[in-house]
Design a protein around this ligand. Sequence first.
Ligand SMILES: [Zn+2]
Length: 179
Amino acid sequence: MSNIAVVLDTSAIIRGFELLMRDNLLKNVVGSEKIFLFTAPAVIEEAKYSGTKVKLKLLLSRVTVLNVGKKYLKLAREAASKMGLQQELSDTDLEVLALALELMNRYTKVYVATDDIRLQNVCISVGLDVIAFKRRLRYLLRRRKKCMFCGIEFDNKFEECPNCGSKKFKYIVHKVKIR
Ligand SMILES: [Zn+2]
């Protein structure tokens, strides 16, 4: 069974955390039982001052707060800049993205849970999947490769088309509705 990491941003923690914990919803979404929740220190600071009734104690019992490595912060800035969004992402957004990039080395799959469209775009561009809320968990954004030769879609992990062996592909983004 694969190990899944989910990195939560402030919007996910404020609006979606209890939802995620309820009814095994998260398990259904990512299709695995081994789910590890993470967030960055800046997110916890933001959540504290958000004025909402965030159950921080409960939160911290389930979510691991990890410091972000400088190397990955740099990669996060580069990814944002590639998408032309370097001015749009806050330092907190960059920490979330950097943490997700770092965890990609250790987990089979890494999701970023966020309602922020700009952060979602940058995540997708580097091959991270996105869990989006808006009060309810509504959709998942998933980037896949599509073969330019035979047209089949395949997983990002393949270097070449598993059907015809072509190395020419483009990326497409799927929006998957959840229930
Ligand atoms: Zn092909």
